[in-house]
Ligand binder design. Sequence first.
Ligand code: PML
Length: 259
Amino acid sequence: MAELFSARMRASSGGLHISGAERIVPDAEIETVAASLIRRAMTHENGPPEEIKITVESLAGREILRLRPLRVIIPSGIPHTIAVSELARAGVSEKAANMALEAILSGASPAGNNMRGAMLVDAATGERLEPDRERGIRARAVDWAKEAEAYISPAENELACATPHFREALALATKAANAPGAVAELCISDDPHYTTGYAASRAFGYCRIASMKQSGCRFGGRAFFVNAEKFDLEKYIDYMRKTPVLVNGNVEVLHENNK
Ligand code: PML
């Protein structure tokens, strides 16, 4: 079997995060994928970055965790209300959910900008647990298995996805939902004109929510909610950063009309 590599891109301007992406690819595809990551950074709607960092790292010797994708739910109703109730049924207090929602939509870093990674939030109290509020927590080394194209492409077609946001977010949410101590996740894109977000959990799936922010709003980010009583920060960060995850399996899309 071909050796696998983690390839990631981070683009920034003036020290501020602009865009990022993660792939897991065989050695033969590294050059093509690196070129496409650079093209993506250069054509991002926030403008060409001042700096693009591409990291390619061998995954040799690391055990790859294979996960089935979270089931996708398409709700109807008031976006923020759906998000909070979806988080609540997964075990996040309303206080914690509302705190995260407000922080994401007003710039969760100490300077009031978007964070580079996600907030880490005690699901019960809403206390923020990430060691660095600028960097936050990053989920790295996650992608769809090559064979999963047969599952993710039809789901993208069904949902009329014109960009890779959905497929990348579903893979990342699947990894995050399986982290030790994970309770749920809330995400709103920081791309100003991408307004779809989600609330996800291992128990209830990936609830894809349209209109989570006003078009043009530059704020966005993620909050990972954890059970602080069953939680080891070091193990959590180690899993999020280092455990390579390939997602594969049928992408079930469920349309809920009565929320
Ligand atoms: C991001 O910009 O990284 C977040 C993308 C959220 C995607 C939501 C979706 O389309 O399902």
